[in-house]
Design a protein around this ligand. Sequence first.
Ligand code: ADP
Ligand code: MG
Length: 185
Amino acid sequence: MWFCSPLYPFVISFLLWLNCGMLIVMSLALIYISLGTNLGDRMVNLRLAQAALPPEIQVMALSSVYETEPWGFPDQPPFLNLVLKAQTSLSAPALLATLKSIERNLGRRPTFRYGPRLIDLDILLYGSLVLDTPMLTIPHPKLAERAFVLVPMAELDPDLVHPILRKTILELLTQVGDKGVTRFA
Ligand code: ADP
Ligand code: MG
């Protein structure tokens, strides 16, 4: 019998190793993505961006839509913002590339920093991943200072803990306050 062979333990170990590897490869990350827009029909932009998400990003929950005073550069129309919670099989860089291509396909054209935009898709959190590269920083570096991100996140998961600051979303929101952010839809 083959299982009496001296190779049996090695075969079993190999199969277990393979199985673990597949589990890791197939595991899903819990992500939070912020959507923002202040040009054109803002509600349509938010809906089109959600509709453009590929099957690798499975939306689990959506916050309400909030209207927000512009941040960073005040002389521009107000924003609509929402946050979505999803599961993804994409790696963090692949997720960023996907979001950037949705922005381009919807017609976003480059402007200046904090300037008006048709659609902005940012990765807020990717599980408990901490990453700092020239292309991608996770958690999003401005997460803890932006009420327009913290208000919708707190609506979804107030007790979620920021992986670096070790504070909950509600604690961060309490520090920042919700001034300038009103429920829109
Ligand atoms: P904003 O910072 O206002 O969102 P952009 O959408 O133009 O401006 O993003 C500028 C760059 O920020 C992107 O090209 C991307 O490489 C980088 N970036 C770094 N971290 C993130 C993140 N967590 N989510 C989205 N983009 C990020
Ligand atoms: Mg962005």
